[in-house]
Ligand binder design. Sequence first.
Ligand SMILES: NC(=O)C1=CN([C@@H]2O[C@H](COP(=O)(O)OP(=O)(O)OC[C@H]3O[C@@H](n4cnc5c(N)ncnc54)[C@H](O)[C@@H]3O)[C@@H](O)[C@H]2O)C=CC1
Ligand SMILES: O=C(O)C(=O)COP(=O)(O)O
Length: 631
Amino acid sequence: MAATSISSATNKLTNQKLAFSPQRKSPNTSSTHLSFSHSSISLQKVSISADFKSLNPRASTISNVLKTVQQAEQVSKSLDLDSVAGSTKPTVLVSEKLGEAGLDLLRSFGNVECLYNLSPDELCSKISECDALIVRSGTKVTRQVFEAAKGRLKVVGRAGVGIDNVDLQAATEFGCLVVNAPTANTIAAAEHGIALLAGMARNVAQADASIKAGKWLRNKYVGVSMVGKTLAVMGFGKVGSEVARRAKGLGMNVIAHDPYAPADRARALGVELVSFDQAISTADFVSLHMPLTPATNKVFNDATFAKMKKGVRIINVARGGVIDEDALVRALENGTVAQAALDVFSEEPPSKDSKLVQHENVTVTPHLGASTKEAQEGVAVEIAEAVVGALKGELSATAVNAPMVPPEILSELAPYVILAEKLGRLAVQLVAGGSGIQSVKVVYRSSRDPDSLDTRLLRAMITKGIIEPISDAHINLVNADFTAKQKGLRISEERVLIDSSPENPIQSIQVQISNVQSKFASALSENGNISIEGEVKYGIPHLTRVGPFSVDVSLEGNLILCRQVDQPGMIGRVGNILGESNVNVSFMSVGRVVKRTKALMAIGVDEEPDKDTLRKIGEVSAIEEFVFLDL
Ligand SMILES: NC(=O)C1=CN([C@@H]2O[C@H](COP(=O)(O)OP(=O)(O)OC[C@H]3O[C@@H](n4cnc5c(N)ncnc54)[C@H](O)[C@@H]3O)[C@@H](O)[C@H]2O)C=CC1
Ligand SMILES: O=C(O)C(=O)COP(=O)(O)O
């Protein structure tokens, strides 16, 4: 199982050590700048803007780590609350209506000011007197707000799930923790989805308006029945599964599409998990419950509406941005979509003369999904507890932008942090769509005494790598276990004690995903698990094993894995195809189990090859399977 590394860059890279040193730019600013130098990858003086959510998955991993370190520094600084706890009580500004129980809890800890409907300027002029700000979806917490806070604002609490109205990047840069309340409004949102579904099926809103306009239109408002109809739940998470449960009670046949939901959770509710196309082409009603991510942005568009059953009815209680609203108007006009019931819009509030809002077959509500007394009391308590905890400097289970690890541990673990996230990101891409991930095992080989090796950050980064490409969750040290649990993901860890230099905290990290199918069978180890392993070599994370194959490829750029018949000339053939398409190869490594039988080739590429190039690679006769992986 020997591995051969072939790269012109290898020597350069392996001879240079990654230098890493956090430095404060100026003593009177809360923003931290880190310098990072490595001549072969020309990264010097990186100024950080940290935000896990906004990370382009293909952005520099080094800057990810810098962001992580910077976040930890800023957060530990911002949560060093001697100043708050000592002299005066903290001031909490509540800018939107919040349940009384939450307000009471806040009042028991600090000074609470409820100022609703502030203009952006008013918010900016008030914020420098506040240690915490609590908002819902109606307050835009922009970069200007963080700038105007002049370093005093320590925590923003979002009383709800979606945090798209908070500039997370700016929050992190300014050392401000952001927490949300992800569970208390689930039932309310699900009930609102069902209310919209039933109200739409029976034209309740239109009929009500017509009577109030002096009409009595019994023939016009004949509805459709729900019993026996097929409902497709798009996004089978917290809200989606509660909608499914309720729709079953209405006698509906419920199917769901969620590439990452465990099939047994769906089965337990009598729901079949199906492909996207199958869901939308067979459903009479389609209810949207997926997060707004780059993958789901405008996923309902002309092309997808065209695949739907004629006369389909759509409900959206998730986020307006998952629908191309102009395309929905066209689909309503040509009869593909019979009716739509919408609680959320790409712009809120939508313009008064919006064609969509004014369409006679559309029912709208002003983002009321979370608006029940019960949910608002629950959300208020959930967010008040999170904000008070953060102001006391405690770890928060619902923090969305802040790992909390001492800087000295972070700097030692920095390259392993990159490795861990990359391995998670790689492993999840090897899973065949449709097989829900439930069980992940991480094996660390280390000479350190387990008690002196804190792997929480690494586990968090593996979780981040696995979950973030498939959801809008923001994973960090604080919320990783919480989010994994919520998503039904079990992550177990094993430490294998080895005899090596205790200077290196870890020799290797192996990530195994069990009970799933792989889109690249060669990544399966003997026990049928997807298994990949990596090491840090001279500060650079490397992939060192895929299934039973040893390889050695630096985890930068993108990766192509090919399994082929082990024979001469393969490297040249694939290299030529990539070269002809102007795709730069950074590394190549070949591993094999037995000479002249099967080999695995790992190719690092700077650019993403186009479909045609990948097709040509697949057509090389000795190549038995291959996969392109986005690092
Ligand atoms: N209208 C309102 O007032 C409210 C709206 N919401 C919104 O509802 C949505 C769902 O919230 P939760 O259920 O709490 O979140 P969740 O994270 O529990 O569920 C989201 C599900 O979508 C799945 N998913 C990810 N990518 C997908 C894709 N491409 N196709 C299909 N499914 C995909 C995930 O695997 C996950 O299971 C969010 O967008 C949230 O912001 C939530 C509460 C109130
Ligand atoms: O929790 C969410 O994601 C929501 O969309 C609820 O928004 P709201 O707090 O009612 O403005």
